[in-house]
Write a protein that binds this ligand. Structure first.
Ligand code: MD3
Ligand code: FE
Length: 217
């Protein structure tokens, strides 16, 4: 991918931001595929709409989500779990579009995780004020597998903490088209998203969409 073509869309495109010894943000890495990613996302959401899940503690999550791929992350009063069907319909989650899979494996390889083959893609939707509090991702079977995340639309401040919840956090801006890869020693670090600002994006309106690709099973 050549950064020059997208210089107006994303001034950092083509650069890499290192967050930890085994985590990076590949700036603008998804821009070259955006014309395919966006319509494929619309097809996924038409089959499995965004919905607010309930936490085990009984709170409704502020960020609605959906999934594609063989496994999907779910939350309910019974706990967090990956499952092969949409709990609202009993139907399998939509298939993972080939362009999603290609993006995830190419980004992982670029970050040093060759052979990444995700079986789950969790899709989060943020509107103005939506946030994700500091947490760890621990519901996957093998923490040696990285997670790849793709940011679309309105930018956000990513909160990047440590292994202890009380460790200090850094704030890193994530822009439309950024792809981040988190693995190895960084895989269990706490992370979150600060409340998203009200602003307009040409592709998504006031929304930020995030995909996280995982090998969950
Ligand atoms: C660092 N999503 O779905 S992506 C999540 O933007 C989640 O929607 C956020 O955290 C979002 O669980 C952040 C960045 C991210 C995802 C997973 C990680 C960073 C991570 C796992 C380990 C370490
Ligand atoms: Fe997370």
């Amino acid at each position: 991918m050549t950064s020059d073509l997208f210089a107006e869309d994303h001034p950092l495109a083509g650069s890499t931001t290192r967050l930890g010894s085994q985590s990076v943000v590949l700036r603008g890495f998804a821009l070259a595929l955006m014309d395919e990613l966006w319509p494929q996302l619309q097809q996924v959401v038409a089959q499995a709409p965004f919905r607010h899940m309930v936490t085990p503690g009984g709170q409704t999550m502020s960020v609605p989500l959906t999934n594609c791929g063989p496994l999907g992350w779910t939350s309910s009063r019974a706990g967090y779990r990956y499952r092969g069907d949409d709990p609202d319909t009993g139907l399998p989650w939509p298939a993972m579009p080939a362009v999603f899979m290609r993006l995830a494996s190419e980004a992982a390889a670029e970050a040093g995780f060759a052979g990444f083959a995700p079986d789950a893609c969790l899709i989060n939707r943020y509107r103005p004020g939506s946030r994700l509090t500091l947490h760890q991702d621990k519901n996957e079977r093998d923490f040696a597998q990285p997670i790849v995340s793709v940011s679309l639309g309105v930018s956000a401040e990513f909160l990047w903490g440590g292994l202890q919840r009380s460790d200090r956090t850094q704030r890193i801006p994530l822009f439309h088209g950024d792809v981040a890869v988190w693995g190895g020693v960084d895989r269990l670090r706490h992370h979150g998203i600060a409340p998203v600002r009200a602003m307009a994006h040409l592709l998504t309106g006031n929304e930020r969409i995030n995909f996280t690709f995982r090998k969950a099973g």
